[in-house]
Design a protein around this ligand. Structure first.
Ligand SMILES: [Zn+2]
Length: 112
């Protein structure tokens, strides 16, 4: 079963769960279940640590495979004027490029 993050507490719950077993928050927004790719977070503290911008930067520098994994499974979030927003598309493209280049570079070093 696929999992999504609770809109209330960001705990991982089943994709078709209507109410979070942890905090009881409704997962239905305008009649549509909120899916993993466009989770709406009430505050930056609710964003899982691996989807926060600082972690993306660390991944960029140290763990490019992890960065690529995170980019392909959802969004990375930042806090802007008190609101939680996914990073813009162009930032995602830049991160992807850096990740791919790093992996190629690492592969060359390992298999030379
Ligand atoms: Zn919850």
């Amino acid at each position: 079963m696929n999992t999504v993050f609770c809109r209330g507490c960001a705990k991982e719950i089943g994709e078709t769960t209507r109410f979070c077993p942890g905090c009881g928050a409704s997962q239905v927004l305008d009649g549509i279940l909120v899916r993993k790719k466009n989770v709406i977070y009430a505050s930056y503290q609710n964003v899982p640590w691996f989807r926060q911008r600082w972690f993306a930067v660390i991944c960029c520098l140290l763990f490019s495979p992890a960065l690529l994994f995170i980019l392909f499974t959802g969004e990375i979030y930042l806090e802007k004027q008190g609101k939680v927003e996914p990073i813009p598309k162009y930032s995602k493209v830049i991160l992807l490029a850096v990740g791919v280049i790093s992996i190629i570079r690492i592969t060359i070093v390992i298999f030379k």
